[in-house]
Design a protein around this ligand. Structure first.
Ligand SMILES: Nc1ncnc2c1ncn2[C@@H]1O[C@H](COP(=O)(O)OP(=O)(O)OP(=O)(O)O)[C@@H](O)[C@H]1O
Ligand SMILES: [Mg+2]
Length: 502
């Protein structure tokens, strides 16, 4: 390592009965990219939050340029050259880009905020990152990838020496991910250091100079550049060899268990989408972000009702759900993409979150069976390996990946006929991913039609029995397992809408 820029020693942190960090040490040099890896709940975000001034460590010391420092809030972090891009983005989408970058630090002339100066300066950083966005644009109009770049621009404008990125690519498409990785390399070239947290090991192989692994809140080992391989990282994280995941595929699929005909969504009112899913089939939905896949899912689940169209399940009458309750009544369930908005009640316990939909369904029976409820939650906690002291823990206190598991558990506790998963393994570690794939397969084998939207190419190719590809609101093609390759999927994902299949 070149000159040590930032170093922590023996950091301990406990939340009530949960010991999140047990004396962790970590260091990063100048112009270095260090990947921080570990299973869900290993303590990665917590460690970084002590550097970002979000949490105060119970024990240990932070050094910047080998001098002990205390970081009690975001301002201290900034003063020490540390910028933190959170796992769940922190931007204010009712402001414009420039205002976000300079929030609380607005350049002033005679005590008055100088807006034109804000936009001028902000634009310099946006241009430097190659982001083709005007600083006066409202943040809400940007994609997640662009919002993330805005956060990086903000870090640069604060003269950050270390930028912490907590799962920066989990909501990005392939292309956007590539762009982010090259920006990371450029920043390193300019002397900026990056702490990079990701569950996508291929990204780490591409950019990291060093890997630091945590396991159960403690250091589990480091890897130098030459030692970084997929298997070496998995070994450090899991503490044992993990067979590479291979999902068995289904052969005997009952055709057309679910049919969707001429669905017209609010987002793409000029296009219609028709497809079917066999009983026991996992139909993967590939496409670029914004292709309209989530809109199809939300229309089928009745949360953003379709303008037109109909579906049938197992020879039922045609219907188009106008509320989630109607969809649920037909046995259709959605595990949504943004767990913070639609999937999870953060202030509720794991148990309440898991039992919520079942509770609604059974509400007319007039009573809540607490014992049964706890039993279901306990079973799910074990089968999905949800890391928490018990099912009474507050969902908002769980690590990112464990929150996703609770969302899954909540729907699995019902008896679905069609399950729609929107980006089901975002932010989920290798071991638990395999568990979720296994669960999907199990659901399918129990006769459920599974629709899986995913932007993770490995997942789409590895898990789907068949792949539907969307582009700009239309289905541009279907690929059987035998036909599917990354190239073919990508070609269809960027195919122009007018070439779409009907
Ligand atoms: N505010 C909090 N209150 C209670 N427990 C917490 C809090 N924040 C984190 N924890 C617990 O600390 C442990 C470490 O969580 P952390 O978020 O650091 O994990 P992580 O390594 O970032 O995981 P992931 O890959 O899922 O994001 C977990 O068991 C988590 O539930
Ligand atoms: Mg985390």
């Amino acid at each position: 390592m070149a000159n040590t820029l930032l170093r922590v020693e023996n950091i301990g942190k406990r939340f009530g009965g949960v010991i999140a960090l047990k004396g962790v040490s970590f260091a990063i040099g100048e112009a270095e990219i260090v990947a921080l890896i570990g299973e869900n709940g290993a303590g990665k975000s917590t460690l970084m939050k002590t550097l970002g001034g979000v949490h105060q460590p119970d024990t240990g010391q932070i050094y910047v340029d080998e001098k002990p420092v205390k970081i009690t809030n975001a301002r201290d972090a900034m003063a020490n050259g540390i910028a933190f891009i959170h796992q769940e983005l922190n931007v204010l989408d009712n402001l414009d880009v420039g205002a976000n970058i300079y929030l609380g630090r607005e350049p002033k002339t005679l005590g008055i905020i100088n807006s034109s100066e804000i936009y001028r300066q902000a634009q310099v950083y946006l241009d430097r990152l190659g982001l083709k966005v005007n600083a006066r644009t409202q943040l809400a109009e940007l994609s997640i990838a662009e919002q993330q770049m805005v956060e990086i621009a903000k870090a640069l404008s604060q003269n950050a020496r270390v930028i912490i990125m907590d799962e920066p690519t989990s909501s990005l498409t392939l292309k956007e991910t590539e762009r982010l990785l090259s920006v990371c390399k450029e920043l390193r070239g300019e002397g900026v250091s990056i702490i990079y947290i990701s569950h996508r090991l291929s990204e780490i192989i591409e950019i990291a100079d060093r890997v630091v692994a945590l396991r159960d809140g403690a250091n589990a080992g480091d890897l130098t550049r030459e030692q970084i391989t997929h298997d070496a990282m998995v070994n450090l994280m899991v503490g044992r060899e993990l067979a590479r995941f291979k999902l068995p595929h289904h052969t005997a699929i009952l055709d057309r268990f679910v049919t969707v005909k001429n669905l017209r969504t609010q987002r793409y009112p000029d296009q219609t989408v028709s497809f079917d899913i066999g009983r026991g089939e996992i139909l993967g939905f590939a496409g670029l972000v914004g292709a309209g896949r989530s809109e199809v899912a939300q229309a089928l689940f009745g949360v953003e009702p379709g303008l037109e169209g109909a579906m049938e399940i197992g020879g039922s009458e045609s219907f188009l759900a106008h509320t989630a309750a109607q969809a649920i009544a037909h046995g259709v369930f959605l595990v949504p993409e943004d767990r913070r908005k639609t999937g999870l009640l953060l202030d509720w316990s794991i148990r309440d979150n898991i039992s919520l939909p079942a509770l609604r369904r059974d509400a007319n029976k007039g009573f809540v069976n607490r014992t049964r409820e706890k039993q279901i939650a306990d079973e799910q906690k074990i089968s999905l390996q949800i890391k928490a002291p018990n099912v009474e823990a507050r969902a908002g206190n769980l690590s990112g990946g464990n929150q996703q598991k609770v969302v899954l558990a909540k729907w699995l506790s019902l008896n679905p006929r069609m399950m729609i998963f929107d980006e089901p393994t975002r932010g989920i570690d290798v071991g638990a991913k395999a568990e979720i794939y296994r669960l999907m397969r199990e659901l399918a084998d129990r006769g459920v039609a599974v629709m899986m939207i995913s932007s993770d190419m490995e997942e789409v190719l590895g898990v789907s029995d068949r792949i539907a590809v969307m582009c700009e609101g239309s289905l541009t093609g279907f690929l059987t397992r035998a036909e599917a390759t990354e190239q073919r999927v990508m070609n269809l994902a960027v195919a122009r809408a007018h070439e779409a299949v009907a």
